[in-house]
Each structure stands twice: as C-alpha cells, then as structure tokens.
Design a binder for this molecule. Structure first.
Ligand code: B12
Length: 347
C-alpha cells in the first residue's frame, strides 16, 4: 500500500510536470517539444500505451513463468534475491520493476539472460526457443512407461525416465503423471490378480531408485532453518507417498528429515528432541494402522506438551474419512504438499 501510495504521488507529479512542459511548448510554439510532450506524457500517464510498457508486461509475465516453471513460491524467490515477498508479487503483477543491478541478479538467479527476462528475443532466437520447447516435450506417454515396468524392461524404463528428466516437466509433474499413476495401476492389477507380488515389489523398488535420480537432477537450495520430520508410523510399510511429498517440499526450499518406516516410538521422540522440527509429517496408507498413529500422536503431545511440533497427517487411509484430526489427534489433515505449505505458513 505504501509503495502504491508513493507511486500515485509520483504519477501526479509527472502529470503536473507534463502539463507545465506542454504550456512551455505552446509558449515557444515549438512543434518538436509539443510532440515530445505528447509521447512522454502518454507513456507516463498510460503505461499500457507506451512502447516501454510492452517490455514491462513481458517482464512481469516472464517473472511469473520462470518461478512457476521452477516450482518456487514467491517467498522462496524473495529470500533468494534478498527482497520482500511483496516486491516479488509486485514484479509479477507489473506494479513495480527492479533497478538494473537487481535485474541482473534476477537473471542470474533464474539462469537466463537479461534480454530473455525483458522478452527481448530476436526472431531467430524465438524460433530456436520454440524448437527447443518442442524438443523438450517428453517423448514417452504414461502407457509406454507402464508397459516397460510390466515387461521388466530395465533398459526401456531407464531410457524413459532419463527422457522425462531431460524434458520440460517438473519433479512434481513426473511424479504425478508417471510414477504415482504407475503405482496406483500396479495396485489395481495386483488386486485383480493380474500382477504377482514380486512384480509389485520390483515396481516399487524401481520407483524409489528413479525418484532419487529425478530429485538429484532438480535439486534446489534449502531455505528454511527449522526442519520437518517425515515418518511412516507403526507397522505401516507404504512409504513412497510421503517420500514423494518430502521431495516436493524440498523442491520448494524446505528441509525434510525423512525417516521412513519401522522406527520405535521412543526413537521418534528422540529425533524430535534433537532436531526440533517445525512439524512432524505422518503418512498412513492402510486403515488398520490408524490406531497406532493415534497412540504415537498422543505420546508426542504428552511428552512435549505445549512445545510439541505441529502434527500434519496424510495418506490414502484418510481419503474417504471425515474428521481425521478428531480421530487421530493430528493438528491438520493434509492432502498434498501444497496443503502442508499452506499450514506451515500459519504456524
Ligand atoms: C507399492 C505398494 C506396496 C509396497 C510398498 C513399498 C514402499 N516402500 O512403500 C509393498 C510391496 C511393500 C506393499 C506391501 C503391501 N501392500 Co501395498 N501397495 C503398493 C501400491 C501398489 C502403491 C502404493 C504407493 O506407493 N502409491 C503411490 C503413492 C504416491 O500414493 P499414496 O501412498 O496414496 O500417497 C499419495 C497421497 O496419499 C499423499 N500422501 C501420502 N502420505 C501422505 C502424508 C502427508 C503428510 C500428506 C500431506 C500427503 C500424503 O501423497 C501421495 C502423493 O500423491 C498400492 C496401490 C495403490 N493404489 O496405492 C498397494 C496397496 C496400498 N497395498 C495394499 C496391500 C494390501 C499390501 C499388502 C498387505 C499386500 C501386498 N500387496 O503385498 C502389503 C502390506 C504391507 C504392510 N504391512 O503394510 C493395498 C492396501 C489396501 C488397503 N487400503 O488396505 C493396496 C491399495 C493395493 C490394493 N489395490 O489392494 N505395497
């Protein structure tokens, strides 16, 4: 608001200046000066009409596009650039623009040229970029990936995943559109008796193997000091879901200590004591494990009292359930990493 207020004042000043200039131009009857006034005042008072405004629009759109492409929040970008989140928001909505120094910092941060940030591409570059974008589309559909898993065709699986990594898809998109879909379909085939358990194991192990590779290619900087603890409580063995959530949170700058499954309750308490996490993330897939998670949450709350970290819970076990918080004692039921991010901001 303060910035807006200042901008309005500056605009007023400019309009007064422009009017004075016009009077002066009329007084000396200089057509050149009058023409100059007409161009300048049009640009100052109606930015959308001026030639520079197109560049400003392109800059705002590019700022948003680059951030989204990299799966970053405005806060993460703001922290990396040492500016406020509001400033990033203003850059993106076109109400504020960086000075030259900051502009080159933004370009360095996104690893693009200043020209690209300002939408200044030659026709040749534009053509090259379009070609690159089309080349960057993944070559393989989900069905190709699923078939390679079912056929246990390790060479093909590798080729497909490497291509997905090279494509323009984010970690979140690769997980959601390929890995998660394949696991769900695996479950359906197993349930129908069309897939043996050994193959289900092969697919889940292969998924874990490639998740590590995909993540290593898209690593981002950790931006939060206080970590999050991710665990699979009780006798639950399904850990891939929360591991994906942990990776997605790390992609947007959170530090996640992933402990997986099979950890004795006392050890979980020790991990909380030592790491002082902002929140403990828990995942339950099978409903019969809900009781043990409820006991664990109770134990955490009793041990740490008002200093207990927030408990955020999720997983397939709760998909059809109401009042998850009431049943489990967790602070919040979350469906995905965006839900977690939203809730962490409130803590
Ligand atoms: C891989 C797998 C396994 C692997 C697990 C390996 C591992 N390290 O995780 C292995 C082979 C060990 C296994 C074992 C078993 N499994 Co199993 N398994 C699966 C399978 C095929 C995929 C699970 C998976 O990873 N899904 C992909 C992830 C990404 O999805 P997700 O877990 O739902 O997580 C998403 C969301 O729920 C959410 N989420 C999850 N956790 C959290 C946490 C938070 C905080 C948040 C915000 C969000 C969140 O985000 C994720 C991303 O979208 C499913 C089929 C299916 N439909 O899911 C069966 C399935 C879960 N298994 C099943 C069964 C029955 C078993 C076994 C009993 C028998 C068997 N099939 O071998 C054993 C039991 C083991 C035990 N003691 O618990 C059943 C469960 C039925 C039920 N509802 O009770 C399923 C549904 C298969 C089926 N169709 O019947 N399994």
């Amino acid at each position: 608001m303060w910035f807006n207020g200042e901008e309005i004042n500056q605009q007023k000043l400019k309009s007064v200046g422009a009017r004075l200039l016009k009077r002066l131009a009329l007084w000396i009857e200089s057509k050149d000066l009058a023409l100059k006034w007409s161009i300048e005042s049009r640009e100052e008072l109606s930015p959308e009409l001026g030639s520079g405004s197109t560049m400003k629009n392109l800059f705002s759109a590019k700022m948003k596009e680059l951030r989204k492409e990299r799966g970053l929040t405005q806060k993460a970008v703001a922290n990396a650039l040492g500016i406020g989140q509001t400033t990033v928001a203003n850059y993106e909505n076109g109400s504020r623009f960086p000075d030259l120094e900051k502009l080159s910092e933004v370009a360095d941060f996104y690893k693009v040229t200043v020209d690209e940030l300002l939408g200044r591409l030659t026709f040749r570059q534009q053509g090259e970029m379009e070609e690159r974008n089309s080349r960057d589309q993944p070559l393989y559909e989900f069905q190709d990936y699923m078939k390679s898993l079912i056929d246990v065709d390790k060479m093909k699986i590798r080729e497909i995943v490497l291509n997905l990594i090279d494509s323009n898809l984010s970690l979140h998109e690769i997980y959601k559109n390929y890995l998660v879909r394949a696991l769900k379909e695996t479950g359906t085939l197993w349930e129908k008796g069309e897939m043996p358990i050994w193959k289900e194991h092969f697919i889940s192990e292969t998924t874990l193997e490639y998740m590590a590779l995909i993540k290593s290619q898209q690593i981002t900087e950790i931006e939060t000091v206080q970590p999050l603890l991710a665990i699979v409580p009780g006798a639950e063995t399904h850990s891939i879901g929360i591991r994906m959530i942990s990776d997605e949170l790390e992609m947007i700058g959170y530090q996640v200590i992933f402990l997986g499954n099979n950890i004795p309750a006392d050890n979980i308490l020790a991990a909380i004591r030592e790491n002082k996490p902002a929140a403990v993330l828990m995942s339950v897939t099978m409903r019969q494990h809900i009781d043990s998670v409820t006991l664990l949450i109770d134990k955490i709350k009793q041990s740490f009292g008002t200093n207990a970290p927030a408990i955020l819970i999720g997983g397939a076990a709760f998909e059809q359930m109401n009042y998850v918080e009431m049943v489990t004692g967790a602070d919040k039921y979350c469906k995905n990493y965006q839900d977690i991010e939203k809730n962490l901001k409130r803590i």
